[in-house]
Design a protein around this ligand. Structure first.
Ligand SMILES: [Zn+2]
Ligand SMILES: [Zn+2]
Length: 341
């Protein structure tokens, strides 16, 4: 089989390898489509602090089950599945307490270990979720990033709350949609990109504002008349968090979803004296992922127009260059593994 290998920064090649063996509890998958996300771009550039070259990239995938081990009972050969790509150990403190997304041995496919950028992949049965045949690939390839939104909305305890989501890329958009689906009272989303604001409007998010030329505080006050109950940071840039603190009022909950690649200065006193609840957020639990599969396959999530560009397996280098260059404007770049039925 063929697999994509990131060998060094900005250098993707295709290697030949054996089809992987699979154990009694494992399924052998034939990949159909993957999505490229910000993490994959960081890995491609060699800028992700948790990876080492060489690595087989990608973690957002849809596949067909081609073989099942003797103890596999949740899927069968021929099923199309979504892959939950965050492997957890099941034994550490976090895993034992139902926070497997914060596993001490956190292992994201395509970052800490080889990912889905291969024609075939073997994985434990607990990481695959069968999909209805009638759901389009363009929709179900988005389950993994939507699961991030479901987790963020859960961390935000969004039900009945007013929520500002900062950043309207795929994750921000999905986080805002998830907040609405989970019963938030009013959701506003903002971004510097007019295209992303327009996409948010199409996605049915209640209030969509362009934040260019003004502060997050101004945007929040326009949307809510004051500060919202919850602010979710889906950007992760050093100019953003201090502005979020400026908008926050007494007892605001702040959820940090965006990846900060370097430490930043913040005024801790603001957190202390306003009794702010600042919450970290990493990927999703198995329950969040299951909920994401359900909402997506029930057609509750707006995904039309999310696919910005399509590439084929043998165009990995070109695709990653494109994804890196157009990062600010893309929603989702996808790659196919040859013909799909
Ligand atoms: Zn991703
Ligand atoms: Zn663990």
């Amino acid at each position: 089989m063929k697999k994509i290998v990131f060998e060094s920064p900005e250098h993707a090649v295709i290697h030949e390898d054996d089809i992987p063996a699979y154990g009694d509890r494992e399924v052998l998958l034939k990949l159909e489509r993957i999505g490229v996300c910000g993490t994959d771009i960081q890995v491609f550039m060699g800028r992700n602090r948790y990876m080492e070259f060489p690595v087989v990239p990608f973690h957002e995938g849809v596949a067909r089950v081609v073989k099942t081990g003797s103890q596999v009972d949740n899927v069968k050969e021929g099923d199309r599945v979504s892959v939950r790509p965050i492997l957890s150990c099941g034994e550490c403190y976090s895993c034992r307490n139902g926070h497997e997304n914060a596993c001490e041995n956190f292992n994201c496919l395509g970052v800490q270990s080889d990912g889905l950028g291969a024609e075939y992949f073997a994985i434990d049965k607990s990481y695959v979720y069968p999909l209805p045949e009638e759901c389009p690939l363009d929709q179900v390839v988005l389950i993994e990033p939507f699961a991030v939104g479901v987790h963020a909305a859960t961390r935000a305890q969004a039900e009945g709350k007013t929520v500002l989501v900062v950043g309207a890329g795929t994750i921000g958009n999905f986080t805002a949609q998830a907040c609405q689906l989970l019963g938030a009272e009013k959701v506003c989303i903002c971004d510097l990109s007019e295209d992303k604001v327009k996409m948010a409007e199409k996605s049915g998010i209640a209030v969509c504002l362009n934040s260019s030329g003004r502060t997050i505080k101004e945007v929040g006050q326009e949307a809510f008349g004051a500060f919202p109950d919850v602010i979710i940071d889906c950007v992760g840039a050093k100019t953003v968090f201090p502005q979020i603190l400026e908008l926050a009022g007494k007892t605001t909950t702040i959820v940090v979803v965006g990846n900060y690649s370097e430490p930043i200065m913040v005024d801790i006193a603001t957190i202390q004296r306003n009794e702010l609840n600042v919450r970290g957020n990493i990927t999703y639990t198995a329950a969040d992922f299951q909920k994401a599969v359900q909402l997506m396959t029930d057609g509750k999530v707006y995904t039309e127009g999310f696919i910005s560009a399509r590439f084929q397996f043998d165009q990995a280098q070109e695709m990653m260059e494109f994804a890196a260059k157009n990062r600010g404007v893309n929603m989702k770049v996808v790659m196919d593994y040859g013909k799909t039925e």
